[in-house]
Design a protein around this ligand. Sequence first.
Ligand code: PLP
Length: 411
Amino acid sequence: MVDPRLFGEIDPPQRLLMGPGPINAHPRVLRAMSADLLGQFDPEMTAYMNQVMALYRPVFGTENHWTMLIDGTARAGIEAALVSLVAPGDTVLVVNFGRFGLLLTEILARIGAVIERVDAPWGEVVPMAAIAQAIERTGPKLVATVHGDTSTTMAQPLEGLGALCRAAGALSYVDATATIGGMEIATDRWGIDVVTCGLQKCLGGPSGSAPITISEAAAAHIFARRHVEQGIRRADISDGAGLRIGSNYFDLAMIMDYWSDKRLNHHTEATSMLYAARECARLVLEEGLETRFARHAAAGRAMTAGLRAMGLNVFGDDAHRMTNVTGVYIPDAVDGERVRTAMREHFEIEIGTAFGPLQGRIWRIGAMGYNAMKHKVLLTLGALEACLVAEGFVLPVGEAVPAALAAWHAW
Ligand SMILES: Cc1ncc(COP(=O)(O)O)c(C=O)c1O
């Protein structure tokens, strides 16, 4: 028997989360999460669900009716989209430029898709002409990619991708987890069929809810695979002729029926996460999309300027940098993990490590959502400078913060 008193109440330290996500949730989001629970078919609850649909349309830059939440982290949204769009044996072209492009291939492999790839080296993006050639070469049913890949800090340009896919008879999917609410997501203008995300980056919430938007074309494709589970079958909902979706939890047809007026019972909607997602979207729209993008751009510009003023080398292609996460090379003589530990222990600031080929080579420093603020960028730079000096790294002391301030005020 564990004595519960041994562990005490949850009382985490006040860390400033300046990595690639998660970030500190906005206090309004945390407050919304502490509101009382409702039953999942309570009219107040279903009204909140409809409000969430309305709030996320502008956040996604879409008019899509099917704009809602998948319960689970961002990966749940990705998996729901892919398992519902792709059947075993379907050819999918993955536009890959980092770890999260590779994650798409991992999920697709489990579905049994035939995976084709068009790649860019980590730190670059894939040119649209190369995507067009790959679509012509492979004849995919779906083209899948990531907007901002936090593993490399690059943002893939997506203007024109939807038109290319439509001309080839393919659907399109984008993981916008790391950029939504911080950089523009223009689902309809880009012509993307399905876009998913998570709350824990520029939307300023905790992880655990995955907003999704689905075009009419994709919805038709998904409903053609509808298979209502035994025990909840109803005369007014019929199965489609297509192959049953290979997951029950992530079956978008059933989830859409739950979010429709039919309110077909599927999972029990995660009420507190829905409150969180709703408040995140309200915050984004209250601030205004353009102002919010400009704030993230100012934070990214300030961070980059400060790092460069310290004499550090910023990672990746300048022209395609995400505004909200910056990769920076760990100087040769410096132990990256010791610096991260010192940042956490002395300053209560978390910065990110890296994956795959970049592990041990770069730090990833984020400024997103509630943390894309001038003082948080300046605090992070000041702390990093102090930790680097303590490690014996020779740098132009006192330059970073003024450089960052000047770059912020270029906004
Ligand atoms: C681009 C991208 N996609 C997906 C994910 C996975 O998100 P989650 O951990 O919420 O499942 C992340 C998380 O870092 C991400 O940056």
